[in-house]
Design a protein around this ligand. Sequence first.
Ligand code: ATP
Length: 585
Amino acid sequence: MQFAEFAARAAEIEAEPADLAVVSLLSDLFRDAGDDLPTVARFVQGRVFPAWDSTTLDIGPRLCHEAIARAAGPNVSADDVEDRLADRGEIGAVAASYDFGGQRGLAAFGSGGQDGLTVAEVDSELRALAAASGSGSEETKLKTLYGLFNRTDPDEARFLARLVLSEMRIGVGEGTVRDAVAEAFLVDPADAAAIRDDDADSETEDAARTSRNEAIAAVARALQVSNDYGMVAELARDEGEAGLDGVRLEVGRPVQAMLAQAGTAADALDEWETAAVETKFDGARVQVHRDVDGEVSLFSRNMEDVTGALPEVVEFVADAVDEPVILDGEVVAMDDDGEPLPFQEILRRFRRKHDVGRMREEVRVELRAFDCLHAGGDDLLTDPLSARHDRLTAVLGGDSAAVSDLLLSDDAEEIAAYEADALDAGHEGIMLKNPDAPYSPGDRGKNWLKRKPDVETLDLVVTGAEWGEGRRAEFLGTFLLSARVEADSGDDAFETIGKVATGITDEELAELTDLLEPEIEREAGKEVDIRPSVVFEVGYEEIQASPTYSSGYALRFPRFVTVREDKTAETADSLARVERLAESQ
Ligand code: ATP
């Protein structure tokens, strides 16, 4: 598929306001994509790599602006690009506003389109760019990007710029892709038409909806297990539902973590009569994969590969486990007496790429596993929790401290005593789980409840900052925070809720500046806009209704707690959570 064709279709989807019509346009695009289907299924979400693959293009806004400036000609600088960005508000519109020559120049020689970019070419160039590392890689990236922009017409440039910054903004989220894959390859066209037809009789429409929902469920399951939209789209096309049903967990390919809601022992016992009670460890989520050859890899809750940062966990698993497994758990920091250390300590280890050996001396970490998703060739997702926990015990050994201690109880007092012990031992609280529930990847359902006495904090996205004054002029000082507005179909939006400048040491300011500077989108005087990517955990006294910020809320006395390195803008707290907290005050 020509990239121009992809861009034209993306523009059409962007202009379509109705969800069902978007699904229909997207399913047409999938049907027409031929060999490029896997790539197209990723590109529409602004992805080059599958969701499970933590490879990134590592292109910050600055680099992208520079590449656009170069392609736009000798009189254009990155500053000009940023000025236009301030005017137009969005990088796609900026890229489309320049004349890169693109295909028009060639058309003048009667060969229009022949040298046009293809989807496959954009994909392979961006993959090559992602592989560039070490000194000079910045320049290599710039050259590749410049080369690509140079060959685009305005429509292509619009979507290329958005793709490289992973923000397609065409109203296509994961749910839309899921539905469109089902509609393109699994749903009977007559059923799709009956759902859209206002005059269809209700019996026909109900039957059509049921079969569409079944097809969507088959796609959803395959996606939960694989996190690979490209592969799932191709399988749905080539092998239908039977092919999707055959998708298995694969050791080495991370699965989305199952999440928890807040809840109490009374909620748990009302719902299930017997609850599985566990310590809530105050660490960082880790998914452990050990393959047939004994190779161990570790993934964060965002499915990022953190193997290199946690060598002692790798060594422990390599030693303790002798079959292929996928385990879910928490990595916790310990003091010399084996007492848990606060969460901030683990963040000094997690995702670390440098000085791992030295930090290993300073902060000791251990695994606490609480679930087993796969063992010895068996996928266990649909097994009940109690059976999965038995399997976990068999994998790691009955008396291993690495296995969570799971209490089955129908007695509120017994649970209260367990909770008191957990808190006494320095843990964060307890987890209450439905012992009969399957493992549902990515789901924050009612089957896992978390209970912790601590005052709530919020995990908010940094969307702006101000340069400091005097001694601190080199550093970003005051940080603008935003809550995520969940968009089921499409990119999340971010609404501001307050500024934080309290609770940050000089040393932290320097680190935060290093972290945030590459994400600056534009500057106006002392104020900068920052691409939503870094998440701060923030404490506060109270959430107030306030017209000052776009969310309609403001935080009273916000204070910086830490950078949530284990979270991304997409997993930051939502405005819906802010609203719930505000109501419950
Ligand atoms: P959220 O997961 O709600 O977005 P969060 O990251 O702040 O917010 P918590 O509120 O701490 O998470 O609760 C869920 C997390 O608790 C899990 O993601 C996991 O990392 C951790 N956890 C600790 N012990 C357990 C356990 N025994 N079972 C499941 N999760 C546990």
